[in-house]
Design a protein around this ligand. Structure first.
Ligand code: SAH
Length: 350
């Protein structure tokens, strides 16, 4: 990112705003006022913050960028799913998805431009990692979605950190993002309504467990043994399955929360009943939920999808090991809603 670029207003949490106000000779309560304008009234400029002095508004505008994203496209699916393609200040493109469920609206945010993890079935990693997002660029995804939803009086109820990128390779900004959207002065989204997903960056699973939060954790597992997982996810060579599971047990002991394992079924690779038995044995006795995901087709990747029938057979085996299992409902099929697909298409065109 360019060195001379201003920080984003959405990068700051309440204590940071208080420090800024102190440094600039302003009373501390101005911090809360600025956050009200940003998150409650959701203004698009400092000029609109009418209970602040003209001098303070000018100072803020000099110091911070308020709009880190511009909407390149937004597509709405027949099922109500919205997919945004956002342009960043340095012209990279990222994707954000808004999903409407019967229990409320959730937003899926991106944490990096591209990704360096290299999972063989994923579109986000094509082209590697360009850069990390700042906390403010992640917050702005939710805010821009919320502003669009304001028109229909809908409110973002939950957030999943499952868009492109590996959040645990961009750890501090991800944590700062969670603090801001969770803050009563921010979006006030409950920790239990926030979930972060990792491909298995083991040291940061321990760190995350030690945050003492109620934020949900999902692990992208995708295979029940070391060799198969390494062939699908190169990170498994750096952080082997056995070490990943040790970290998962630590998380369960420390937080008392249930853990989610994501398992994308890839035709002929990891979707046989023997894999289901192996998975059942691996996870038996763990307080967890296995989320079976019919793999999304990625044109650049060579794999087939598992039949509906086979997915049910796979689930039945897991049921026999008393493992809670759900099959992910698919949304937004008509709008390239699989991770990284829209951006990959966009990058080919520009
Ligand atoms: N890097 C993090 C979060 C982003 S990916 C992680 O790996 O968990 C979000 C989820 O989508 C992960 O479980 C990922 O493995 C999965 N995913 C990636 N490509 C997919 C595809 N083509 N079909 C189905 N799921 C996919």
């Amino acid at each position: 990112m360019k060195k001379f670029m201003k920080p984003f207003a959405y990068d700051l949490d309440l204590p940071d705003w208080k420090d800024w106000m102190k440094e600039h000779g302003e009373p501390e309560f101005r911090a809360g006022q600025v956050m009200d304008w940003l998150y409650e009234k959701r203004v698009n400029s400092f000029e609109e913050m009418s209970n602040l002095s003209k001098k303070l508004r000018d100072n803020l505008a000099d110091a911070f960028e308020l709009q880190p994203l511009k909407i390149i496209t937004s597509q709405e699916s027949q099922d109500g799913t919205i997919k945004f393609l956002f342009g960043l200040v340095d012209d990279h493109a990222i994707e954000t998805v808004v999903m409407r469920h019967n229990y409320g609206v959730s937003v899926c945010v991106t944490t990096q431009v591209g990704c360096r993890i290299g999972c063989t079935f994923c579109a986000s990693t094509l082209g590697g990692l360009k850069r990390n997002l700042t906390a403010g660029e992640i917050v702005a995804q939710v805010m821009t979605a919320q502003k669009a939803l304001d028109e229909s009086e809908e409110r973002v109820k939950s957030v999943v950190i499952m868009g492109s990128g590996e959040p645990f390779e961009n750890y501090e900004p991800t944590i700062q993002f969670v603090k801001i959207i969770n803050s009563p002065k921010g979006l006030n989204i409950g920790q239990r309504h926030i979930t972060v997903s990792t491909s298995g960056v083991v040291p940061n699973i321990y760190r995350f467990a030690d945050e003492g939060w109620q934020v949900g954790l999902a692990i992208s597992l995708h295979a029940p043994n070391q060799d198969l997982r390494s062939s699908l996810m190169p990170i498994n060579r750096r952080h082997p399955l056995a070490e990943l599971l040790d970290a998962c047990w630590y998380y369960l002991r420390t937080t008392g929360r249930r853990l989610t394992f994501e398992y994308a079924l890839i035709g002929g690779k990891n979707d046989q009943l023997e894999h289901a038995h192996e998975l059942g044995k691996l996870l038996q006795g763990m307080n967890c939920l296995v989320n079976l995901i019919p793999v999304n087709y990625v044109p650049e990747r060579d794999f087939t999808r598992t039949s509906r029938n086979q997915i049910f057979e796979f689930k039945k085996v897991l049921d026999s090991y008393k493992i809670n299992t759900t099959i992910r409902r698919e949304q937004g099929h008509d709008i390239d809603a699989a991770c990284g697909q829209l951006r990959a298409k966009h990058n080919k065109l520009v």
